[in-house]
Design a protein around this ligand. Structure first.
Ligand code: ZN
Ligand code: ZN
Length: 288
């Protein structure tokens, strides 16, 4: 009974988020804080589930992990969100207006179709960016800090070098005319799926759900120790893309990390892509 109940938590949350944003009052949608509060609440809920039904004792949240992850959650919702809006979304919207691109038709689609469209557009971009990061060294150096995490929990999806967090947030969604509640609904669904895909919970969803959405089972395999083992299951939330593009691999891992499971400090995560540059400067000055 407990197993069945926990297996339906993820699809039930996706459905609840869909219903919430479909009927949310207009004033709430116009308040930028609503999505942030929504994401914070769903993350707290999943942290509660970890406490109720954990997957691995070795992933149990410690104070050190909690405060590191909280730092990244705040960073993502403030600095990264601001930089993405200024450097990517606003120029894209300006180009859209300058070129006279209109997608008025998208405003008239049913709400669920609008949400599915945004989920697909975001995930399609993320899938290829993530795959590039695992196949081209300069991009891997920005993404590797996310793979140096040595345990998984509900907030770990937010952990990464800021350059990677910016690159992975790029999408073409701004080119489409869509209502705000559909956009926020899609972002909230992507967030909750990714939260569960990193969470230390034993809430294995039904097979039909795992056919479309990324789960902790498949995403933990992506966090395997050893670089070659990580080159599968790239989709952050829509595992269907891995199935379509031939990068899906079944299985799961408990031991996660890179570089003999060395845990990086926040400073090391920030400086990771510049390691060789720093080493060269030090060598030049005779420090090395
Ligand atoms: Zn990866
Ligand atoms: Zn991950």
């Amino acid at each position: 009974m407990k197993k069945i109940l926990f297996s339906y938590v993820q699809p039930a949350m996706v459905a609840a988020i869909l219903v919430f944003w479909a009927f949310v009052p207009k004033a709430w949608v116009e308040n930028a804080g609503t999505l942030t509060i929504g994401i914070a609440l769903t993350t707290l809920f999943v942290l509660g589930l970890e406490w109720l039904n954990e997957r691995h004792a070795s992933w149990r949240l410690t104070k050190k992990e909690f405060f590191t992850d909280l730092f990244y959650m705040v960073l993502s919702m403030t600095v990264i969100a601001w930089v993405t809006a200024r450097l990517a979304e606003e120029p894209l919207i300006a180009a859209k207006h300058a070129l006279g691109i209109t997608t008025e038709w998208a405003m008239h689609l049913p709400f669920v179709v609008q949400v599915v469209l945004v989920v697909f557009l975001v995930e399609f971009g993320q899938y290829w960016m993530h795959r590039l990061m695992h196949n081209y060294t300069p991009f891997w150096l920005t993404h590797a800090p996310h793979h140096h995490i040595t345990q998984l929990n509900a907030m770990k999806g937010a952990v990464g070098n800021p350059i990677e967090l910016f690159l992975i947030s790029l999408s073409v969604v701004a080119l489409f005319d869509l209502p705000l509640n559909a956009l926020f609904c899609a972002f909230h669904i992507l967030s909750v799926v990714s939260t569960f895909a990193h969470a230390n919970t034993r809430c294995d969803p039904p097979r039909w759900y795992a056919l479309f959405f990324t789960t902790i089972r498949n995403h933990s395999l992506h966090h395997s120790v050893g670089y070659e083992e990580t080159r599968c299951n790239y989709a952050n939330s829509l595992i269907l893309l891995d199935r379509v593009f031939g990068t899906y691999r079944d299985g799961e891992a408990e031991l996660v990390g890179q570089d003999e499971r060395r845990r990086l400090s926040i400073l090391e995560q920030m400086l990771f892509p510049f390691q060789s540059m720093i080493a060269k400067i030090r060598a030049g000055r005779g420090y090395a």
